[in-house]
Design a protein around this ligand. Structure first.
Ligand code: RP5
Length: 189
């Protein structure tokens, strides 16, 4: 492993790497892939286990930057060491996605991913939230890509519009639900 590999001039591979510990993580990590795809950004998808294929994991992480990756989204469940170990090997930003586990519902995954020692950060999203993993990766890329930043801004606009529309619909039903002209959902100050 070349410990300086992150400083080698990168090739033109996809900028986002999505890795996961097992195919059982795929339903969660496909949410990340779908989000990245939605914004038209190229990505690669790999099953890579910190415990079952440690040497492949080291190879992947140590060559990630020279292959052109800019950010890695890593999902794992249970004793979820993949994101932290990948982060230990490369200086690329690593986003950890805690996958829901059978025994502890993903709390084990969350703690394993978030509680990194000083010096080796992993940006951890909520349990099962692969979509936010994808979005955060896109936001990191967008710091150097104004076209992508504009697309993300429009996405936020769509979220705002969605909430406003929901509120407008709620306000429209108040006349049916309210009592004696009182708002159905009074605002207490
Ligand atoms: C972890 O163990 C994987 O990330 C997965 O979430 C969990 C269970 O793996 P499988 O037993 O389903 O392969 O390494």
């Amino acid at each position: 492993m070349d410990e300086h590999s992150s400083f080698v001039a990168p090739s033109s591979g996809p900028p986002i790497g999505i890795v996961m510990g097992s195919d059982s993580d795929l339903p969660t990590m496909e949410l990340a892939a779908a989000m990245v795809k939605r914004f038209g950004v190229a990505y690669e998808l790999r099953i890579l286990s910190a415990h079952r294929t440690p040497l492949e994991m080291v190879d992947y992480a140590s060559t990630a930057a020279e292959r052109g990756l800019k950010v890695i989204i890593a999902g794992a469940g249970g004793a979820a060491h993949l994101p932290g170990m990948v982060a230990a090997i490369t200086v690329l930003p690593v986003i950890g996605v805690p996958v829901v586990s059978k025994a502890l519902s993903g709390v084990d995954s969350l703690y394993s991913i978030a509680q990194m020692p000083a010096g080796i950060p992993v940006a951890t999203v909520a349990i099962g939230n692969g979509a936010n993993g994808g979005l955060l990766a896109l936001q990191i890329l967008a710091t150097g890509d104004s076209h992508l930043a504009t697309k993300l801004y429009h996405y936020r606009e769509s979220l705002r519009a969605m909430v406003r529309e929901k509120n407008a619909r709620l306000q429209g039903t108040q006349g049916l639900q309210g009592h004696g002209g009182e708002p159905a959902h009074p605002h207490h100050v």
